[in-house]
Design a protein around this ligand. Structure first.
Ligand code: SF4
Ligand code: SF4
Length: 193
């Protein structure tokens, strides 16, 4: 099992899902539709998998008529993150979602479906059963980053207490690894944690 599966997916309590189907009925991607199609034509698996399931709504307004709360939640989040560009945003619905809100190919659903919500920072529909759990996971990740920042400070202080060049090199190397780890969270705002 990969560390992503061990650290995140295997711990995710599936029973929290109340099978409302909202995350299959109105979704978007960070990549514009035109670009997704290009990538799919070039054989990129992620893009091809997505387009094999999801069909685009004609417009944001049409998607809003299906579920305004989900559309507005996504748009507000994109605005907050500074990533909202109405020209580039497309909403989609999965063609395998049944009228009963259940997946008609649940047992053969693709990895992208099995991984959803795929990270503590995934945007989930308002009222999604995972909301509280994802919040808790984000707080745990933030706490890890805070501890790493504390370690950086301690190492910086240690540097001022030694003149041993080998020791200083070791400290630099450890600090560099810690900074790399912290940078993994930069896109989620780790500078402010
Ligand atoms: S295939 Fe099933 S689980 Fe995946 S998006 Fe469609 S309805 Fe949802
Ligand atoms: S929106 Fe959340 S609760 Fe609803 S089906 Fe998707 S994962 Fe489950």
């Amino acid at each position: 099992m990969s560390s992503y599966e061990e650290n995140y997916l295997a711990r995710r309590p599936e029973y929290l899902c109340h099978m409302c189907g909202k995350c299959c009925r109105v979704v978007t991607t960070s990549i514009p539709y035109k670009e997704l199609k290009k990538r799919s034509q070039k054989g990129e698996k992620g893009a091809s998998d997505f387009l094999s399931l999801f069909e685009p709504y004609e417009s944001i307004e049409v998607a809003r008529k299906v579920d305004a709360a989900v559309v507005d939640n996504i748009i507000n989040r994109l605005i907050d993150d500074g990533n909202y560009n109405e020209e580039e945003i497309t909403f989609y619905c999965c063609k395998y979602l049944g009228d009963d809100n259940l997946c008609s190919r649940y047992h053969t659903r693709l990895t992208l479906c099995r991984h959803c919500p795929s990270s503590p920072w995934s945007i989930v529909p308002p009222g999604c059963g995972f909301e509280g759990w994802l919040f808790w996971q984000r707080e745990q990740e933030k706490q890890k980053v805070r501890l790493l920042k504390e370690e950086l400070i301690e190492l910086e202080l240690l540097k001022h207490r030694t003149s041993d060049s080998q020791m200083l090199d070791k400290i630099d190397s450890v600090q560099s690894k810690i900074r790399k780890n912290i940078n993994l969270y930069k896109r989620y705002g780790s500078e402010n944690w």
